[in-house]
Ligand binder design. Structure first.
Ligand SMILES: [Zn+2]
Length: 350
């Protein structure tokens, strides 16, 4: 895209307005001040966007001298994105508004009828006058279901990235945090300089002496402590069950040894300053976290302290994060704006 062309510059400015309003409602004068775009242009853009159903005008500004400005906000009911979370034993479908709030959520077993169920759920959740569907997010990237089931365009998101997005959305910036998704399988991501990077190999780091892994290797973290392996070992019916039912506490405790081994090596290699456990098995009691923290600290060099946190979003993190990632890419175009910010002001990307 040639950003110097007036038409493209206008598109970019509209995206900047939307991204600013995503943070909260705001007057035209304030938008003009924050974005450095003159008031006349802001006024014209807002007028167009109101007409197109992207933003709405609401109340009056509470403070400031002079005539109070009308507040403008994102019209959250104007569009929706879907998020699909595909597991070994279930598929969940959720739909969110353009502010990332989940409007509906349904879960189906993988009993041979899941394609039909997804098809009907999408039809039900798309219904409504003038509602625009901006696309879908699929977690994880590969799932074996036909792509035609999911409203296009489709973006594929690794589980750890989706869950990390949800944590960042609720806790703010989490720089140098290593995210470990502990569910049926392991997945990982790290946040550095405001961007998330997927770490697919982390599940296959060596964490114990032996144990055959699905990857063909031996002693992988995945083979030692993944939800799938723990379910086989204990008879638990789901990864959520492993975290919720105290009867599995000793199996979880045992799994924390290889997990701590992998975590301590990963934080050293990646220079991470904190760890957050996300996913189905993250919602463990405080004493389980205290035990894991003790193990990790004992494996790190003296003086190196790396706190291990429990996910704030819990089980709903996957769908909330997938919705946020879909909106970033399909509606707010956050990556495009970030790239542009670096071009306009090279020092801010460094
Ligand atoms: Zn492996």
């Amino acid at each position: 895209m040639d950003f110097s062309k007036p038409d493209n510059a206008r598109k970019i400015n509209r995206l900047k307005v939307l991204s600013e309003l995503r943070k909260g409602e705001c007057s035209r004068a304030e938008l003009s001040r924050r974005l450095g775009i003159n008031k006349v242009s802001i006024g014209e853009m807002v007028q167009d966007m109101v007409r197109e159903g992207l933003v709405i005008e609401g109340g009056r500004e509470a403070t400031g001298a002079g005539r109070p400005g009308t507040l403008v906000s994102v019209k959250s009911t104007g569009g929706r994105v879907f998020a699909f979370d595909v597991r070994a034993r279930s598929v969940s479908v959720s739909v969110s508004d353009t502010l990332g709030r989940i409007l509906r959520f349904e879960r189906y077993p993988r009993d041979g009828h899941e394609e039909e169920n997804i098809h009907h759920a999408v039809a039900r959740m798309s219904a409504g006058d003038g509602v625009r569907i901006y696309g879908s997010a699929l977690v994880p990237s590969e799932c074996g279901l036909p792509e035609s089931l999911f409203p296009a365009p489709l973006i594929r998101i690794p589980r750890a990235i989706a869950e990390a997005e949800a944590e960042i959305a609720s806790a703010g910036k989490l720089d140098d945090c290593l995210f470990i998704s502990w569910s049926d399988t392991f997945d990982a991501a790290i946040c550095s300089s405001g961007s998330l990077r997927h770490l697919p190999y982390l599940a296959h780091m060596k964490a114990q002496k032996d144990g055959e892994c699905t990857c063909g290797g031996r002693g992988c973290l995945e083979a030692a402590a993944s939800g799938r392996v723990l379910m086989e070992r204990t008879g638990a019916t789901s990864a959520r069950d492993l975290a919720r039912n105290s009867g599995y506490a000793s199996a979880i405790k045992e799994a924390m040894r290889p997990l701590a081994m992998a975590l301590s090596e990963a934080v050293q290699a990646l220079s991470a300053s904190s760890v957050m456990i996300t996913g189905d098995i993250s919602q463990l009691p405080d004493q389980a976290y205290a035990y894991l923290q003790g193990l990790v600290s004992s494996l790190l060099p003296p003086g190196r302290e790396v706190p291990v946190y429990r996910s704030l979003s819990g089980e709903k993190g996957t769908r909330e994060g997938a919705a946020a990632a879909a909106l970033n890419e399909l509606f707010y175009r956050t990556d495009l704006l970030r790239t542009l910010a670096v071009i306009e002001n090279p020092s801010c990307g460094l």
